[in-house]
Design a binder for this molecule. Structure first.
Ligand SMILES: NC(=O)c1ccc[n+]([C@@H]2O[C@H](COP(=O)([O-])OP(=O)(O)OC[C@H]3O[C@@H](n4cnc5c(N)ncnc54)[C@H](OP(=O)(O)O)[C@@H]3O)[C@@H](O)[C@H]2O)c1
Length: 335
């Protein structure tokens, strides 16, 4: 395609089950120019997130896309032409850009990327929406307290790795659950969790009984499914809190599976909190102050699963929804 084309990842057909690369196709349109009150931004790094699958099923408040639509997606982008009073050429922002090279914005739902000494891509991961999810849920509804035991699923991802690292910073024990030995090794040695179990090879019930004999004070559930059933029925402490963060085991299913038996929640006086990060925007400034300082002090490690080139986005998204990503799933689109 020629240089003045805005390359775009389009929906070809709505996926049935796990999204495949050929549910998408590359398209393009002329690079748009900003009108008064808007700016144009160039996508630098594109974020691929599990919620995009919920969007494609029409289960997200964004509404379902139609074939031919540009795929949704947030990115770090650089303003490259502006007729907006608050944004200048060169500003680096985080925004809902869609999966494309260029986007026009009126400044709504845009904020400046602010990652301190950390790479700017972390504005989409540990210092972005996923990091805020971990921080706001633990310090907000979960009311994390020193000395507690925190169990988190999908522990090597952007959300899960921050849950464990914040738990450690707050003087707690962090136990992760992941899907491979590589992830487990990174989560223990780099991210500093006390232990990390492999959901595919470990006997989770036996290992959790041994590692958290009094149960989890906080269970941060990123997956739902069998892990949720096991922890909620057998591994909760008295007065425990459960954060329902994500149900990735269900995102590719047409129908919701039956839930866990809830009797144990009553017995253990557990509080279950359905958490949505968009309700915690008021904690973003405090989160960034803390998280940038923790990063500078070497207390926050992160793992990125980044490919290069907008055209790699469909395969990266499919990999994420297979659970085969290792770290925050990103696509580098431009320098
Ligand atoms: N509530 C909120 O406001 C909010 C905000 C952001 C994200 N979330 C949720 O937080 C969770 C983690 O998000 P993230 O961005 O940090 O992603 P991520 O952890 O980097 O990637 C998703 C991970 O889920 C795990 N997984 C477990 N079962 C799976 C299955 N059946 N299919 C596919 N993957 C499976 C895989 O890890 P393992 O193989 O290691 O298990 C996979 O790597 C997601 O559920 C997401 O929806 C919630």
């Amino acid at each position: 395609m020629s240089d003045n084309i805005n390359r775009q990842v389009l929906v070809k057909k709505l996926p049935n089950g796990i999204p495949a690369e050929d549910d998408f196709e590359m398209g393009g349109s002329p690079i748009p120019d900003p009108v008064e009150g808007t700016f144009r931004a160039r996508t630098l790094v594109l974020s691929l997130d599990p919620y995009i699958r919920a969007v494609m099923s029409g289960r997200h408040f964004y509404g379902a896309p139609q074939p031919g639509d540009v795929m949704r997606g947030r990115s770090v982008a650089r303003v490259d032409a502006s007729r907006h009073p608050q944004y200048r050429e060169g500003d680096v922002v985080v925004m809902e850009s869609g999966m494309q090279d260029y986007v026009i914005s009126n400044g709504g739902d845009v904020h400046r990327a602010d990652t301190g000494t950390a790479p700017v891509s972390t504005a989409l991961g540990v210092l972005g929406m996923p990091g805020l999810t971990a921080y706001a849920a633990l310090l907000g509804p979960a009311q994390i307290k020193e000395g507690e035991t925190v169990v988190v699923s999908a522990a090597s991802g952007a959300v899960g790795s921050m849950v464990g690292q914040i738990a450690k910073i707050k003087g707690c024990r962090a136990i992760g659950i992941v899907g491979s030995d590589d992830k487990s090794a990174w989560t223990e040695t780099e991210a500093g969790f006390d232990a990390c179990l492999n959901r595919k090879t470990d006997d989770l019930h036996a290992r959790l009984t041994e590692l958290a004999s009094d149960g989890a004070d906080i269970f941060f559930d990123n997956t739902g499914g069998e892990i949720q059933g096991l922890v909620m029925t057998k591994h909760l402490a008295l007065n425990s809190r459960v954060i329902l963060s994500g149900l990735i085991t269900q995102y590719n299913l047409a129908e919701s599976p039956p839930g866990p038996n809830l009797g144990n929640l009553c017995k253990m006086r557990t509080t279950v909190f359905g958490f949505v990060v968009y309700d915690f925007e008021h904690m973003r400034a405090r989160f960034l102050t803390d998280a940038k300082r923790w990063y500078a002090e070497g207390k926050i490690k992160f793992k990125e699963d980044m490919t290069e080139g907008l055209e790699t986005a469909p395969a990266q998204f499919s990999k994420l929804m297979h659970g085969n990503n290792f770290g925050k799933t990103l696509v580098k689109v431009a320098d």
